[in-house]
Ligand binder design. Structure first.
Ligand code: SF4
Length: 316
């Protein structure tokens, strides 16, 4: 039995890699330790419902702030991912268990207990499951809708690269309010950063969501500080707009352990502000570009802005 708390067992494919120095974080990255009562309440609801969160598994710096407001991003389909992206701290390998048929109900129950207006649900990659977990996602969306009909639902999905078209169709047919799939980085860094994925496949996935349901909001994000140049980031914005993606997130990459991809540099808050301005000029309805931006950071407030921006664009 693996102990996922031991780094070499958490990431067996990275154990042999040389260490990359972890540079000291600049002042603008510092966050407060999680201690509030709200944080503890959220943690207890996650534990009681035996739920895994990306907030904890990925070591997200915003956990104190988000959980104090009940904003936890649940990660379905287990805690072991079949990919081995070099930036990610989720445990990797062959998942020990099949999908848990009771998990959609537990997620729905936790969403209700947290009283969320907006929830973000993500997952590990399950390349070992025929439909990539598409039906499991759909069941989770339906279970949340049933218990909390007024809660808006945002999903952050894998790329379903080994599945036929029906996998994506199944998820879209369950009608999440926001369909998010992260491109994560610029195309030139894919072989190093996201070796199991393909840039144009991910882009096409998002374009196809819009073709299947033009009313669905689409969202995608990248990390910066991985070694990309500004021109490549602007090209990604162009590509995303060509795929009709509504919402762009850009955040600073932070290196989880010495075995992970090295931080190339810390992008300054001014550079983030410039990315935000450029992205809005390219026509995104909503942009979040700050050092601590993550896909699910402030997702509820940003969803309200996204919806308002679409109504304004439609002249309402
Ligand atoms: S930003 Fe997202 S992943 Fe990070 S703590 Fe907040 S909800 Fe969780």
């Amino acid at each position: 039995m693996r102990d996922l708390n031991i780094p070499e067992q958490r990431h067996p494919e990275k154990a042999h890699k040389p260490d990359n120095a972890q540079p000291k974080k600049p002042d603008w990255i510092r966050v407060k330790a999680p201690t509030s009562d709200g944080y503890k309440k959220t943690r207890d609801i996650m534990r009681d419902n035996k739920l895994v969160t990306v907030c904890e598994e990925a070591g997200c710096p915003n956990v104190g702030e988000c959980w104090s407001q009940g904003h936890a991003t649940m990660m379905i389909m287990g805690e072991v991912c079949t990919r081995a992206c070099t930036f990610c701290n989720i445990a990797t390998g062959k998942p020990p268990e099949d999908l848990d048929v009771f998990e959609p109900g537990r997620v729905a129950s936790a969403v209700k207990k947290l009283g969320l207006n907006h929830v973000v649900v993500t997952s590990v990659d399950r390349d070992d499951v025929k439909d990539g977990g598409a039906e499991h996602f759909a069941q989770t969306i339906r279970a949340i809708r049933k218990q909390s009909p007024n809660t808006t639902i945002e999903i952050l999905t894998p790329d379903f690269i080994r599945c036929d078209d029906s996998a994506l169709e199944t998820v879209v047919a369950a009608r999440p309010d926001v369909f998010n799939h992260n491109l994560e980085t610029v195309p030139g860094l894919y072989p190093e950063v996201r070796p199991g994925a393909r840039y144009f496949h991910s882009l096409r996935l998002l374009q196809r969501v819009k073709e299947l349901d033009p009313s669905m909001f689409t969202k995608s994000g990248i990390m910066v500080g991985l070694g990309e140049d500004k021109q490549s980031v602007v090209q990604v914005m162009e590509d995303m707009r060509a795929a009709d993606i509504d919402f762009l997130t850009i955040g600073q990459y932070l290196q989880p352990t010495p075995k992970h991809h090295a931080v190339d540099r810390f992008v300054t808050p001014d550079e983030f502000a410039n990315y935000e301005k450029t992205a809005f000029n390219k026509g995104f309805l909503m942009v979040s570009a700050t050092p601590l931006t993550r896909s699910s950071y402030h997702a509820g407030d940003d969803f309200a802005r996204l919806r308002a921006a679409r109504l304004k664009a439609l002249g309402h």
